[in-house]
Unconditional design. Sequence first.
Length: 444
Amino acid sequence: MTTKEMTQREKAIQTAFKERMNETELLNCMQCGFCLPTCPTYIETGFDESQSPRGRIALMKAVHDGLIAPDEEVERSLNLCLGCRACEPVCPAGVNYGYLLEDAREIFNDYNQYSLSVKAMRKTVFEGLFPHQNRMENVMGLLAVYQRSGLQKAVRKVGFMKLFPESLQAMERALPQVPKKKEMKEKHLTQPALTDKKATVALFSGCLMDTMFMETNRSTITLLQKAGCDVVIPDGQACCGALHGHSGEKAGSIELAKRNIDAFEQAKADYIITNAGGCGAFLLGYSHLLKDDPAYAERATRFVDSIKDITQILYELDFHHTVHLAIDPQVITYQDSCHLRNVMHTSKAPWALLNSIEGATYREMENADSCCGSAGIYNIVESDMSMQILDHKMTKAKATNAHTIVTANPGCLLQMKLGIEREGLSDIVQAVHIVDLLAKACEE
């Protein structure tokens, strides 16, 4: 298709690709194909090149060079990508595929003509909800009422949930028990070490982690205290911005990044600790996100240099050798968080911690490092592909005969809970966050 045959919208997108996409990064891709075996969508689509990392980069480059129109097929290919970034560690040229994907999605989003209902929904989510933790608490408080008041049982009994797709029905059943709104408001901004002090750390509490998964945050604080850390929870911190960045709302993610840098600078901590692989990976991208901002570029680099996952700091502080860990006898397996492994490069620490638990028989899951299909809200917006990936993942999980599937990211946790529900295994198999398992294992 020539430029003259393009629509005005496609011409505008093509111009934006030329002006805003990093041509050097696009050219770095050697089209070697090392990424192909790691890409879930390439495999699940029967080895469709347009659904592979190198295929998507080729499409981006072709749009950038004006060789093809940025049509629905190109946009569809980009949207079907999970963003797991498994292609990055195996790339011999070190292509930053994740940044290319986010930049391309942002351009398409800038020129998309959404319906009024979709515009309203996106504005509500990206501007009205996630940037405001008090509103997140209000929404989760309503979910807690739904779960505790009997309304949830009534909704299920009358069959209302049957109006929704099967995956959403199972997801509703898999949701954890949400804390009451009053509990979510009860926060202590500093917690002293419970043994000889080794470091001062600042906890990135997150939006969902500090509401739906608040107990995991509490367990995180306890583990850090037992490891010898004074724990600070900076006031004023916000959502990491991953949802915005992955959905083409780059301006929103930049604003949240600045808020978090401002908040954590006040803590003057040795490290910034995360307990959600997806959040940690996006926080690591702040230096790229703000590289052209003279007021924040250097500060963003310092911020990024301080980030560690909870499992990594525990491993470095020799927690698993200084604290006795024990649970009731059970078989456990571990599902890697894509972003924790591929972006934060943390894989040895979780394995070492889990293998130190007395009573736990660890069994490696085949392809544990492949995506589970969660990918933020991917399991909602791309349900068919997500469930296809999840079904294959559950086949691997069941082969371990594990009683407990351990994860290190809330999205993965919900996805594995969903998989357990879909397989009818909820009476014999559980999914837990590694922090909660470790906290239980070191209870006195």
